[in-house]
Design a protein around this ligand. Structure first.
Ligand code: SF4
Length: 97
C-alpha cells in the first residue's frame, strides 16, 4: 500500500467513480490508494448486462474482473487512483450533502 502525505485528512467528501466500460482490472488503483478503497472482483451477470458492447469485449478479455470502490467512504480525494489508472477509468465525484 502506498502512502501520500498530500491525501486530504477528511474522508467522505468525495468518492471514486469507475467507468465500467473502461476498467480492465489492471489494479493500479489498488496499489496506489493509501486507504484501501478498491478491490478487484468478478462482475455479476447483471453488471455485465449493463456494459456496452466494447465494455463486454474488454470484460471478456480480462476474465470478467474489474475494480470496485468497496470502501468509497474512506476516500480522501488525493487523486492518486485517477492519475494511476492506465485506462482513465476513474473520476472523483463530490458526495451529496
Ligand atoms: S482519490 Fe483514489 S487513491 Fe486517493 S484516497 Fe480516494 S480512492 Fe484512494
Amino acid at each position: 500500500m502506498a502512502t501520500d502525505a498530500n491525501c486530504r485528512p477528511e474522508a467522505g467528501q468525495w468518492y471514486p467513480v469507475i467507468d465500467r466500460n473502461r476498467c480492465e482490472a489492471k489494479a493500479d488503483c489498488l496499489e496506489v490508494c493509501p486507504y484501501d478503497v478498491f478491490e478487484i472482483r468478478r462482475l455479476t451477470a447483471a453488471e455485465k448486462a449493463e456494459l456496452s458492447l466494447r465494455g463486454r469485449l474488454k470484460a471478456w478479455a480480462h476474465g470478467g474482473r474489474q475494480a470496485f470502490a468497496v470502501r468509497a467512504d474512506a476516500c480522501h480525494a488525493c487523486g492518486l487512483c485517477v492519475k494511476a489508472c492506465p485506462e482513465k477509468a476513474i473520476g472523483l465525484r463530490k458526495a451529496a450533502g
